[in-house]
Ligand binder design. Structure first.
Ligand SMILES: Cc1cc2nc3c(=O)[nH]c(=O)nc-3n(C[C@H](O)[C@H](O)[C@H](O)COP(=O)(O)OP(=O)(O)OC[C@H]3O[C@@H](n4cnc5c(N)ncnc54)[C@H](O)[C@@H]3O)c2cc1C
Length: 331
């Protein structure tokens, strides 16, 4: 039995494992993909909006060529930190269920070798949100030319693409697609894209729209997607926009299925959490963006890594009989 089992080897899960080690606790991380799977799946040419120092974990310096790290720099960084810190991580192992309570959890995991149950005194869930993109909820959304994630422009070269959304991901994808030789139209329900779009992208996008190089259909709600294009509801009535591909980039929701199935209490759409990030199930902690329901914009690597440290310090105090104290509990 390990002291702490961490679900997910993203930046926050790695941070939790790293603190477990530093606090003298045995640990195991189970990860469905590779280490830092989410960063691996980011758009190929993405540059973080955070400065390098705000993405660092465990005090390891993240060196980048520019002021903001690229996807590749961050990906190599997290994988190297896991290696350097000797994080005990099993990749390509998906957790499918968590049962038990403080001192005795059973964690059911699945890999290509089959199913296995792991025992742990404490469980820290750090499953993020990236695998859970928001959906429009309209007919046609599951058609094969509709995507909910963007990787790179090459497959769309020379074709007409609608990007649905109005924040960073949509604007960044629209610019990248335009530069990659696609004909791009951004479709957004607001009158303008969000003012919070990365400061170096916003003028670039607005100027390309002014020049007519990128199309923009604002105040438009998607009603349905067909193999030929999109039905839009606009202030003047319904319109049809003919396109070859549709990219729906409208944010994410926490990946919290494991928490719900473990019987964790919710307050609205978010799990109840103690100041130490413990859920209502004693011994089960939720750190990083998986604990934020639909509010994924308010958690970053910067604050997620702090949740992980605080949770692990609480666990270490409870495992140490000399410092044991009564934890704050769900009412
Ligand atoms: C395009 C984009 C740009 C961003 N830019 C920034 C930025 O500049 N700065 C910043 O601070 N944040 C940024 N973010 C947000 C940042 O990516 C997240 O806050 C961060 O990844 C959260 O880390 P995490 O470890 O909680 O989750 P993740 O990094 O998503 O890690 C979760 C891990 O859990 C694994 N997992 C999920 N379910 C299971 C399961 N059942 N079993 C086993 N493993 C599982 C996943 O495979 C994944 O590896 C950006 C996000 C996006 C989408």
């Amino acid at each position: 039995m390990v002291d702490v089992l961490v679900v997910g080897a993203g930046p926050v899960g790695l941070c939790a494992a790293l603190w477990a080690k530093r606090l003298g606790l045995s640990h195991l991380v189970l990860e469905r993909g590779t280490v830092a799977e989410t960063v691996y799946r980011f758009p190929r040419e993405m540059v973080f909006f955070s400065e390098a120092r705000n993405l660092e974990i465990g005090g390891h310096p993240l060196v980048s060529q520019g002021p903001k790290p690229t996807r590749r720099e961050a990906l190599l960084y997290y994988q190297r930190v896991a290696e350097r810190e000797g994080i005990n991580v099993r990749t390509y192992t998906e957790v499918v269920g968590i049962a038990g309570q403080e001192g005795g959890f059973g964690v059911l995991a699945r890999s290509r070798k089959g199913e296995e149950v792991f025992s742990a005194r404490y469980v820290v869930v750090a499953t993020g949100y990236f695998a859970n993109p928001n959906r429009l909820g309209v007919p046609g959304e599951e058609l094969p030319h509709v995507f909910h994630r963007y990787e790179e422009a090459a497959p769309f070269f020379g074709r007409k693409v609608a990007v649905v959304g109005g924040s960073n991901s949509a604007v960044e994808a629209a610019l990248d697609l335009y530069r990659g030789g696609a004909q791009v139209v951004l479709v957004h329900r607001g009158a303008r894209v969000r003012p919070s779009v990365k400061y170096w992208l916003l003028p670039d996008f607005e100027n390309r729209v002014k020049e007519g190089r990128i199309g923009a259909v604002m105040e438009a709600r998607v009603k349905a997607i067909t193999p030929e294009g999109l039905w839009l509801s606009r202030p003047g009535g319904e319109e049809f926009l003919e396109v070859d591909f549709v990219l729906v980039l409208i944010g994410y929701r926490a990946e919290d299925r494991l928490l719900k199935e473990a019987g964790v209490a919710y307050e609205g759409e978010k799990p109840w959490l103690s100041p130490e990030w413990e859920t209502s199930v004693p011994g089960l902690f939720a750190v990083g963006s998986c604990a934020y329901g639909p509010d994924t914009r308010s958690v970053f690597i910067e604050n997620g890594r702090e949740h992980a440290e605080r949770a692990l310090r609480a666990i270490a105090r409870r495992l140490n009989p000399l410092t044991r104290e009564a934890p704050p509990r769900y009412p």
